[in-house]
Design a protein around this ligand. Structure first.
Ligand code: GSH
Length: 199
């Protein structure tokens, strides 16, 4: 049985939870306090020297960290990670986009608003995050105007990856009403069998 070290407030952990639900994979979840010292204990750092959740502990006692690496591992040989070389590379393309151009803005803005309580001294950072976040949303909107899914003709881990922080983008102050194709895609992901809410 897998053990996932995670936190229910984390979109990165939700990616793993959502995929596991889609794939009907059982796991034991261990809560990690990410605002305290939970990710900095010697025990935790032995599993992930980078001190972040999620961590997937494998039955052979090896550990895997980085949400997208965990998803690729779990999705191997399933329809959620295509075998076709180009489609597989496109899944990676969206996962790298998520980590470099989406999550650092959208998740970070949400952290400032929700976890830090939007303190005045972070206002300039928050506004800068808004610019980057809306740019990422526009990239998705443009693609989804002509495609039902991010890659190929069905749901893949690219959709699960980007669903995680996009569906809670309003918690960081991002309005989604100007992105009708993203909103329709969020509904498609939500309606797919195997869906589970973040909290
Ligand atoms: N790139 C990593 C990011 C992981 C990450 O930022 N995790 C946050 C929660 S969303 C965390 O553990 N923060 C606590 C800390 O940095 O100590 C991934 O995709 O797994």
């Amino acid at each position: 049985m897998y053990i996932v070290y995670g936190n229910a407030e984390s979109g990165n952990c939700y990616k793993v939870k959502l995929l596991m639900n889609h794939l009907d994979i059982d796991a034991q979840w261990e809560h990690v306090n990410i605002l305290g010292a939970g990710t900095h204990s010697d025990e935790f750092l032995a599993m992930n020297p980078n001190g972040k959740v999620p961590v997937l502990a494998l039955p052979n006692e090896d550990c895997l960290w980085e949400s997208n690496a965990i998803m690729n591992y779990l999705a191997e040989d399933t329809a959620y990670l295509p075998n076709d070389r180009l489609l597989r590379a496109k899944v990676l393309q969206w996962q790298f986009f998520e980590q470099y151009s989406h999550e650092p803005y959208i998740a970070a803005a949400r952290f400032i608003v929700r976890q830090l309580g939007r303190p005045k001294q972070h206002e300039a950072t928050l506004q800068a995050k808004k610019v980057g976040g809306y740019k990422a949303l526009q990239v998705m909107e443009t693609h989804l105007e002509h495609h039902d899914w991010l890659v190929g003709n069905g749901i893949t881990i690219a959709d699960i990856c980007l669903y995680a922080y996009t569906h809670i983008a309003p918690e960081g102050g991002f309005g989604l009403t100007d992105f009708p194709f993203i909103m329709a895609w969020l509904e498609r992901v939500k309606a797919h069998p195997g869906h589970v809410k973040m909290r």
